[in-house]
Ligand binder design. Structure first.
Ligand code: HEC
Ligand code: HEC
Length: 324
């Protein structure tokens, strides 16, 4: 081995020689290796000047002249911002239009709806799914209050059963203004037998067959036909679609303690306003209205009463102002 690499003849040793034929010679490293070494040293200098090389927490102009943050001005943040700009530019064409459009107009535009549904998905997951479940399928509330609050934490949104109305405008109103249905506690107004009787009729989906339903004032909020009044968010009691626990026991619980009634055992159902505190921008809330409508359960005939339509129109600028 040593014969191959160190042909005898003139190359001095470092003084380390073992057993006469094993020696440390002072040969130069090969030329290619030296070139590589020099090139890397030059590269380090160039890189040091061009790119941010010293991990100090300054990005101002002070060091720029001497090249510390890099005279090439490259930073990971700049690169991200540039990429972001490409995306924003692509979106701007849609976002600008959305600003001045009503949810109903967005819904009527196929291309915009498609765009809105895509960004709505992320908004919904971030802001709504915790209560309404992914894609609005609802979440069952479990845990230590299960006995008391068993049932859906927030209504299912992907069916066509609406407490407050399923047109894109009423959905939009729900999101911008929040909702809080109220049913009084009946524990002091009805006897246990009356509650039992009502609960059984309601569970059977035939509340109006029970004379107590009208006598005890249930019709005032749930309507003569028991189908609910959307202006109050009172549930339809004839469709066997349950917002809370639909067993006889569960219904007794609802009748006895009410909903948002202030009673400590009342069922709690509060839909927060997303305008308040600028939680979402005006455009984001429009996107969500269309997104929720498009779950498939939306009510097509966008026929809000003229008063409501006017109110919604005057709400929009206010919502925008708050969002800013
Ligand atoms: C803190 C839990 C919570 C969050 C978060 C929440 N909601 Fe709600 N939402 C509710 C509750 C509770 C109700 C029912 C209110 C009632 O029964 O009075 C409701 C009702 C609604 C309704 C009316 C349903 C109907 O049948 O008329 C819509 C639409 C709605 N929410 C959409 C949304 C959207 C969109 C978001 C996200 C921006 C959202 N919600 C976030 C709890 C929530
Ligand atoms: C002050 C108005 C009001 C009165 C009076 C009232 N309710 Fe209600 N009730 C509501 C509202 C609003 C809701 C929906 C609550 C929600 O989901 O936010 C509701 C919900 C219910 C539910 C739950 C339905 C479900 O899907 O889980 C039942 C059951 C019910 N009411 C039965 C009755 C009966 C029986 C009476 C008469 C003894 C009655 N209510 C009287 C307003 C009222």
């Amino acid at each position: 081995m040593s014969d191959n690499h160190n042909p005898a003849g003139g190359v001095p040793t470092t003084g380390h020689v073992w057993d006469d034929d094993l020696a440390d010679f002072t040969n130069q490293p090969p030329k290619w290796w030296m070139l590589g070494l020099t090139a890397s040293a030059i590269w380090v200098c160039v890189y040091f000047l061009m790119y941010p090389a010293v991990p100090i927490a300054v990005s101002g102009t002070f060091f720029e002249g001497v090249g510390l943050p890099g005279s090439g001005k490259w930073t990971a943040i700049n690169e991200l911002a540039a990429d972001q700009k490409v995306l924003d530019d692509a979106r701007a064409k849609y976002e600008n239009k959305l600003k001045d459009m009503t949810p109903a107009a967005i819904l009527a535009d196929a291309e915009l709806s498609e765009y809105v549904i895509r960004s709505g998905k992320v908004l919904f997951s971030d802001n709504c799914a915790a209560c309404h479940g992914q894609n609005g399928v609802g979440t069952i509330q479990a845990g230590k209050f299960a006995m008391r609050e068993q049932g859906l934490m927030a209504p299912v949104l992907n069916d066509d059963d609406w407490l407050f109305g399923g047109t894109v405008d009423t959905i939009h109103e729900t999101i911008t203004g929040g909702r809080q249905g109220m049913m009084v506690a009946h524990k002091d107004m009805l006897s246990a037998a009356e509650i039992d009787s009502l609960a059984n009729s309601v569970a059977a989906g035939t509340p109006t067959a029970n004379p107590l339903f009208a006598e005890k004032g249930c019709t005032a909020c749930h309507g003569e036909d028991g189908k609910g009044i959307q202006a109050m968010g009172s549930a339809n009691l004839t469709d066997k679609i349950w917002r809370f626990d639909g067993s006889v026991e569960g219904i007794k619980q609802t009748i006895t303690y009410g909903v948002n009634s202030g009673d400590k055992d009342a069922r709690v159902a509060v839909m927060p306003s997303f305008t308040a505190g600028g939680k979402l921008s005006a455009v984001e809330m429009k996107k969500l209205a269309v997104y929720v409508y498009k779950f498939g359960g939306g009510t097509p005939e966008a026929a809000p009463a003229p008063v409501e339509a006017a109110a919604a129109a005057s709400d929009a600028p206010a919502a925008e102002a708050v969002a800013k």
